[in-house]
Structures are given as structure tokens and as C-alpha cells.
Design a protein around this ligand. Structure first.
Ligand SMILES: Cc1cc2nc3c(=O)[nH]c(=O)nc-3n(C[C@H](O)[C@H](O)[C@H](O)COP(=O)(O)OP(=O)(O)OC[C@H]3O[C@@H](n4cnc5c(N)ncnc54)[C@H](O)[C@@H]3O)c2cc1C
Ligand SMILES: NC(=O)c1ccc[n+]([C@@H]2O[C@H](COP(=O)([O-])OP(=O)(O)OC[C@H]3O[C@@H](n4cnc5c(N)ncnc54)[C@H](OP(=O)(O)O)[C@@H]3O)[C@@H](O)[C@H]2O)c1
Length: 280
């Protein structure tokens, strides 16, 4: 049974007209236990419909942070205005909101199919707001002192949609400063509309985020392989992908021919290297 809890929108950071970071603070008690990668369901009363509409949002904050849920949310406007997001984007800090306790299976694999610890590099591919679960993954891995290698790859249409650029850049800097034997973190972004005037300052990777996996012209190495300094194999790397179904499919187009297998299509022995979540 769905149990609605009361919360307050405690913080709103508008990144652009239709993209914002929200924090939801429970009215009673701390944030319940959850796992990095899970989602919370938000509910708002829609006056024109006379009822509550509920939608799922990946939690960007880490489970260790017990004050509020942090979420990064797109206001859906096309082809018709989204029901919950249109209401949400008219709210202000201090307004009430309903939340339902976190759930979901898009979580970090800690063990391999044979029970051994999963120490493979984690490549986290997020398209747009699909970055949200990977912020939670990264902050959680930092909080528990993990030494696993983490590579966050974020794709966005415009530079002002690189929602957690400062945080992720700082996490990479910490890795450089402390040494990769203590905290092993890399972050790169790709801008998919580089020709647009607003993106004129962008000097990084261009194209949709999955182009990080495509071998560069005239070589057999992808930008990801150049970044990590070795060939990506099923033994050394696991992938987590979140965003549009096209981002998932675009990533699998490169990975499946190399022998990578998804969780939904795992081998007979239970092994796999790719987890994904999308609904678009
Ligand atoms: C596990 C999970 C995690 C998610 N995490 C996030 C997240 O972190 N951030 C985020 O921004 N989103 C996330 N989402 C998406 C979110 O749950 C909502 O689906 C999204 O915000 C749209 O909700 P809405 O009520 O505003 O739109 P809806 O009203 O549900 O509309 C959805 C789409 O259908 C279209 N539509 C609706 N009615 C019609 C119609 N009559 N004819 C044609 N088209 C129509 C709308 O234009 C829109 O494109 C997540 C979804 C899932 C399942
Ligand atoms: N846990 C989850 O399941 C979860 C969590 C968060 C978000 N999401 C979903 O993730 C999606 C991202 O939404 P958004 O508004 O944040 O994205 P967006 O800003 O519209 O797009 C982000 C990036 O994805 C590219 N893209 C757009 N459509 C694509 C397609 N069909 N195939 C491949 N790439 C595509 C864009 O490229 P162009 O510039 O070329 O358009 C852009 O580079 C939505 O479906 C969202 O609801 C799911």
C-alpha cells in the first residue's frame, strides 16, 4: 500500500527555465534508509483535476545525508505540459509536497555473480536528468571510503544543463589531490548541440554522451579508453546507464558487439556488466 508522507520543498535552485534542483525535507523525522540509485515518489494536488498526481524521481543526494532528498527535475512542456512538473515548477520554497518512501533496483552492484566483491571500474553514463542516480552513487562511494574507480560521463544539450558540473569537478580534483589509490574519480561531459551559439565556449567532448564509447576516427580507442588509459573489457569495467531509451540503446550499440551483457539478459552463470534505467 502506498503511504503518503508530508514534506516541505526546502530549497529550489533554478538552473534554467525548465530545469531545477529541488530539496524535499520530511515534515516528521529524518530521511528513511535507502540505497544510492533508488527513486522517491512525489505527489502534488492538481487543482484543475481535483486529485493528487504522483511521479517517480531519482534521488541525487546520498543515503548518508538524512536531512532532505535532493532531486534534479525537468519541467516537461511538450507535446503537452506535464501534469506534475507543471505544478511543481509553480511552487516556491516552503510549500508542502507529498513523498512516498524510496524504492527501486537501479543500485550499485557490490558483489559479482559468484559472491566475490565487485571491484570493477564503474562507468556511469547519464543523459540529462539521468545523471541524478550517479550523483547519489558518487557521494555514497565517497562517504564509505570506496577505492573503486568511478567514471561519470554526462550528456546534455546545453552547457547550463550540466547540472552538477562544479560538484563533479571538485570530486575529480580531490582524486587528483589525494591520489587515485585513495579516491579514484573522473568526470567528463559531452554537449550534443555544440553548434548552437549558447554552447560557443564548449571545448570538451561533442555529441551525445554515448560517443565517449565510439572509437576515435583512425584509431581503435574510444575517448573513454583514452581517459582511463587502457582497453575497456568485460573483466575490468561495469556500466550503469540512465536517461532516454535512446541513450541506453546508443550505449548498448557499442558495448554488445564487444561482448558486454545487460542485467536483463544475463549469462547462464548470472554474470553481466551493464545495468540501465530509462523510461523515455
Ligand atoms: C524511476 C524513474 C526515475 C525518474 N527520475 C526522474 C528525474 O530524476 N528527473 C526527472 O526530471 N524525471 C524523472 N523521471 C520522470 C518523471 O517520473 C515523470 O515522468 C516526468 O517528470 C513527467 O511527469 P509529468 O506528470 O510532468 O508529465 P505527464 O503528465 O506524466 O506527461 C508525460 C509525457 O506524456 C506527454 N503527454 C501527456 N499527456 C499527453 C497527451 N494527451 N497526448 C500526448 N502526449 C501527452 C507529456 O507531454 C509528457 O511528455 C523518472 C521516472 C522514473 C520512472
Ligand atoms: N531513473 C530514471 O529512470 C530516470 C532518472 C532521471 C531521468 N530519467 C529520464 O531521462 C531522460 C532525460 O530527460 P532530460 O529532459 O533530462 O534530457 P534532455 O535534456 O532532453 O537530453 C539529454 C541528452 O540526451 C540526448 N537525447 C535526447 N533524446 C535522445 C534520444 N532519443 N536518444 C539519445 N539521446 C537523446 C540529448 O541530445 P540532443 O541535444 O541531441 O537532444 C541530450 O544530449 C528522460 O526520459 C527522463 O525522464 C530517467
Amino acid at each position: 500500500m502506498v503511504v503518503d508522507n508530508k514534506g516541505t520543498i526546502s530549497y529550489i535552485r533554478v538552473l534554467k527555465e525548465d530545469l531545477a534542483i529541488f530539496r524535499v525535507t520530511p515534515n516528521d523525522g529524518p530521511i528513511p534508509d535507502f540505497k544510492a540509485g533508488q527513486f522517491v515518489t512525489l505527489g502534488l494536488h492538481i487543482p484543475t483535476e481535483g486529485k493528487i498526481v504522483r511521479r517517480a524521481y531519482s534521488i541525487a543526494s546520498q543515503p548518508e545525508q538524512k536531512k532532505s532528498f535532493e532531486l534534479v527535475i525537468r519541467w516537461v512542456r511538450k507535446p503537452v505540459p506535464g501534469r506534475l512538473t507543471t505544478e511543481l515548477f509553480s511552487k516556491k520554497e516552503g510549500d508542502e509536497i507529498i513523498w512516498v518512501k524510496p524504492t527501486g533496483i537501479f543500485t550499485i552492484n557490490e558483489k559479482l555473480h559468484n559472491g566475490a566483491p565487485d571491484n570493477r571500474r564503474m562507468v556511469l553514463i547519464g543523459g540529462g536528468t539521468g545523471l541524478a542516480p550517479f550523483i547519489s552513487y558518487s557521494l555514497h562511494m565517497k562517504a564509505i571510503g570506496s577505492r573503486r574507480e568511478i567514471v561519470v560521463l554526462h550528456g546534455a544539450s546545453y552547457v547550463d544543463e550540466l547540472s552538477y558540473r562544479e560538484l563533479l569537478t571538485e570530486l575529480e580534483q580531490e582524486s587528483i589531490d589525494s591520489g587515485r589509490d585513495k579516491w579514484n574519480f573522473r568526470y567528463r561531459a559531452s554537449i550534443s548541440r555544440p553548434q548552437e551559439w549558447f554552447n560557443r565556449s564548449w571545448g570538451g567532448q561533442k555529441g551525445r554522451v554515448e560517443t565517449f564509447l565510439r572509437p576515435k576516427a583512425g584509431t581503435d580507442r574510444s575517448p573513454l579508453e583514452e581517459l582511463v588509459g587502457e582497453k575497456i573489457t568485460t573483466e575490468n569495467t561495469s556500466f550503469y546507464v540512465c536517461g532516454w531509451q535512446g541513450t541506453v540503446d546508443g550505449s548498448l550499440d557499442y558495448l554488445v558487439p564487444k561482448g558486454f551483457v545487460t542485467e536483463r539478459n544475463k549469462r547462464k552463470d548470472g554474470s553481466y556488466e551493464v545495468k540501465f534505467e530509462s523510461y523515455g
